[in-house]
Design a protein around this ligand. Structure first.
Ligand code: TYD
Length: 207
């Protein structure tokens, strides 16, 4: 199964992905954990370009295409081969991040992004996507606890940008049956229990 985790920065995705990996491994599954952008030698180089605050001149279309360049490499070099070997692939972000951040956040035509998805992903779409939903105010409070040095080029965006990204995720969830909205304000254990429930009850999951 190919499972992706989505949400705003600081929504708690990373903790949940780690716990999901532990859960699946305890059930004797082979698991590969990846993060976007990054995950291959080439994609990690693209990640540096994308997140470096010195690249303040980056055009939004450059940004979009770099995210896709990184993704295509990761997909073909790692995701597809591992899925073929029967692995559970858990990804910290995937194509929905581009729709939410570059589409709804930066204002790039979402129809074009959908076309890019068809061109780059072809058959390999996630089976299940968890959108960890946390209110904007909570995200802002968590962000305030970080110093500017700790924030990357995307994370320094203003609240209006994040509101648009959040709206984007809600729109995606309405359109795509594979997306499950999880209330990220619940405890770590409750969120994890819900995630495990949806994985176990997915038609592709085999005991
Ligand atoms: P990262 O440090 O990995 O953030 P997080 O731990 O929150 O996932 O940085 C990824 C940043 O890139 C994050 O701010 C979201 C953004 N992003 C996009 O704008 N578009 C995309 O397609 C992807 C994959 C990420």
């Amino acid at each position: 199964m190919f499972i992706t985790f989505e949400g705003l920065d600081f929504c708690g995705k990373s903790t949940q992905i780690e716990k999901t990996k532990e859960y699946l491994e305890a059930n004797h599954k082979k698991v590969m954990l990846i993060r976007e952008p990054g995950g291959t030698e080439i994609s990690e180089k693209i990640r540096e370009l994308l997140l470096d605050k010195k690249n303040s001149k980056m055009h939004e279309k450059t940004e979009l295409l770099l995210f896709y360049a990184s993704r295509v490499q990761l997909l073909n070099e790692k995701i597809i081969p591992k899925l073929n070997e029967g692995y559970f692939v858990l990804s910290d972000r995937f194509h929905d991040s581009s729709t939410a951040y570059q589409g709804f956040g930066r204002g790039i035509d979402v129809n074009f992004i959908n076309e890019l998805n068809k061109f780059t992903l072809s058959e390999t779409k996630p089976d299940l996507t968890f959108f960890i939903d946390v209110p904007l105010q909570t995200i802002s409070n968590r962000k305030l606890k970080r110093t500017i040095v700790e924030l990357d080029r995307i994370e320094i965006s203003d609240i209006e940008f994040y509101q648009n990204v959040l709206n984007g995720y809600n729109e995606i969830a309405k359109m795509e049956k594979r997306v499950v909205i999880i209330n990220g304000l619940k405890s770590i254990e409750e969120v994890q229990a819900e995630i495990q429930y949806y994985i176990k009850n997915h038609p592709k999951y085999e005991e």
